[in-house]
Design a protein. Sequence first.
Length: 65
Amino acid sequence: MARSCAICGKASMGGFNPQSSGMNRVRAHRRYQPNLQPLVIEQGGVSVKALVCTRCRRTQTKNAR
């Protein structure tokens, strides 16, 4: 399974390297990875350790207050 957020499903995204996008240079492809961090979340009443993006992690801690 690909590395993606367990809550929102955010996954890697393709793009171009900004250093190679000048006038006559060929654009070099690159892959942007989401910032995934382990977090204990509750799914169906059971605590599970999952990879979560930082945006969802912030939202979870915000709702916990």
